[in-house]
Design a protein around this ligand. Sequence first.
Ligand code: SAM
Length: 399
Amino acid sequence: MESNVITRSVNERYARAVTTGEEMCCPTGYNHDELRAFIPEPVLKVSYGCGTPVGLTTVQPGETVLDIGSGGGIDCFEASRRVGANGRVIGLDMTDEMLALARTHAPAVAGNLGYARSNVEFRKGQAEAMPVDDDSVDLIVSNCVINLSPDKEQVFREMFRVLRPGGRFSISDIVADRALPQYLIHDREKWGDCLSGSLPLHEYWHGLRTAGLLDIHQVNVMPWRVIDGYHFLSVTLTGYKMTWTPPATFAFATLTGPFSSVTDELGRTWQRGVPQPLEPRTSALLQMPRYAELFHLADTPVTFTRDDPRWREVLPEDTACAWHGDFALLTGPLLDVRDDDGHLFSCNAPTEICSKTRKVLEHPLYAPYFGMINRAGAGAGQPAGAAESDACRSSSECC
Ligand SMILES: C[S@@+](CC[C@H](N)C(=O)[O-])C[C@H]1O[C@@H](n2cnc3c(N)ncnc32)[C@H](O)[C@@H]1O
């Protein structure tokens, strides 16, 4: 399908949805009671996201937040509350009907929050060519939108452009476990349902990284649907536009574990316990939140052995393997990791795992780096962990 055909059909889909007040069902995790206190019901009714905008919990008063594909405005209004009267929120959407609804309710939200005037501005535009200044945004949020774009790489480049150095993003979206076949990609109806445009997780992540964003990792991964054996997941990813001026300068780093080896996003491979000298970019990267948990940074080389309290490992139990169709997806920020049983998990594809390895990956030290799907027989129609939310049992589609 041509890009303009996709854009037109997505535009029509959401114009129709907001005009009819269609309810769509997705795995979100809002606290509706809390939102109802300041957001009018018509906005809550057209909440078409597919994740919890947890990034908003990191917002500081006075910050500037951009919501890509703001729809009826639910996440913008929550951001408005969190940035306070001196902060700014920009909601960007291409659909006039969505913008009209959001703009109509902005004054009421401002009044409910006790603001003299609304700090939210809804702008019409494309995610692929955002009407937003360079280096001007502290936090980008987006809830179930980028999968709908025919040119996701361009959206990722735009994200990088508008974020200020040190800025961050937190986006929820639908991804697939592998490349979709042409008959799904060319299904116009399923584009609007947030299915046909879903990239494999590793391509999504690669696109963000290629645009220059780093420390990209999951906040949440939730299996959502399986169609013809293709798994669709709702993921919330966060990451940063690096400043490359870290708070401190270190000359050496040592991987503490729990992995026996890892490759970082700049492509360097690390063995647990073995120090390596740092150049400034790697020194900056390893001080980012997710990396800082994995490395010991120092001015001199520090070697660890297993008896060192800083050495971290999760050994498999001494039991037989059982194969149930479980596959593990590495969800960042590392490009690959090796466990203590010799398995290599790569960001490029899900890895089949046995019951013993599943237990290792569910250990609290490993779990933040993985998502799980089940591709076995009957299970192929049921997401691993049966994590599909109760809120999603209706027949209506996402998003
Ligand atoms: C699934 S809805 C999500 C709306 C909102 N984020 C929410 O959580 O309710 C997708 C929204 O993104 C907008 N959208 C889709 N593709 C877009 C694009 N390429 N540029 C700008 N807006 C887009 C649609 O108009 C629609 O309002």
